[in-house]
Design a protein around this ligand. Structure first.
Ligand SMILES: C[S@@+](CC[C@H](N)C(=O)[O-])C[C@H]1O[C@@H](n2cnc3c(N)ncnc32)[C@H](O)[C@@H]1O
Length: 239
């Protein structure tokens, strides 16, 4: 399966209308708040000499950090415009990016054939994917890590919806970066309670460690506090 035309167009229009400015995307938090603590959770289970692939890497902010912790980092994203942002921000660093739809099993297999078993980093992709795509995204994680890689997956939980509703409830409606998400038809935290845990298990992934966390955003509530979205993280291996 490939994603629907509407879904692909939503992401393409979002990233095409986003500049290269750091933090313009609401989830584009500094790696010190995201990929750095996530790497600290993954590395006790993972060989840093192995390649890491950042699935749904967006503009590559976290991928560039991962390249400092692992021998090689490759970011893949559905959106051509996202990959262009990522390449331009990473110019001269050796970090690689390519356009890839995680629901395209042939493309995922070809990537695995090229790179071998890799580690995977995936932040905030399944929670907003279309329902038929979610199992395929989980399966892509399993395909890429193979027998020897490990995955770090962190996804928004349904509790994020309450925080987003609070953020949108000010007198002026959603703050600008959140408004852009809704204006492009993106659907954060759409996956129902328990679904992501179930899909990872059904993809043949076993949980080595997991826990609750938040994903800090680059946008604030009307009272000036940062929007931190409830999330759950997993370190995973193939059963
Ligand atoms: C919420 S953003 C998170 C971006 C990045 N992981 C981060 O944490 O900064 C979700 C990203 O996943 C990408 N994406 C969504 N569905 C995808 C798919 N089927 N295959 C590959 N990328 C996808 C989107 O284009 C978008 O860049």
């Amino acid at each position: 399966m490939n994603v629907s035309d509407n879904y692909r167009a939503a992401w393409e229009s979002y990233w095409s209308s986003t500049s290269d400015a750091t933090g313009e995307a609401i989830w584009d938090a500094d790696p010190s708040l995201t990929a750095a603590p996530h790497s600290a959770l993954l590395l006790p289970h993972a060989d840093p000499a192995r390649t890491v692939v950042d699935l749904g890497c967006g503009n590559g902010t976290q991928t560039r950090y991962l390249a400092t912790r692992f021998a090689r980092a490759v970011g893949v994203d559905l959106s051509h415009a996202a990959v262009e942002h990522a390449r331009s921000a990473a110019e001269g660093t050796g970090v690689e990016f390519e356009q890839l739809d995680l629901t395209d099993l042939d493309a995922v297999r070809a990537l695995h054939t090229r790179l071998g078993d890799t580690h995977v980093y995936m932040r905030a992709v399944i929670h907003q994917s279309e329902p038929p795509a979610r199992p395929l995204v989980a399966a892509a994680v399993a395909e890429l890590i193979g027998a020897d890689g490990r995955a770090f997956v962190v996804e928004l939980t349904p509790a994020s919806r309450d925080v987003l509703a609070r953020a949108a409830s000010g007198p002026d409606g959603p703050p600008p970066k959140l408004r852009r998400v809704f204006d492009h038809g993106l659907k954060p935290a759409a996956a129902p309670d328990g679904e992501i845990t179930r899909l990872l298990a059904e993809a043949g992934l076993t949980v080595l460690a997991d826990g609750d966390t938040t994903l800090p955003q680059t946008e604030h509530h009307t009272d000036g506090t940062r929007i931190d979205l409830p999330a759950h993280w997993y370190v995973l291996a193939r059963e």
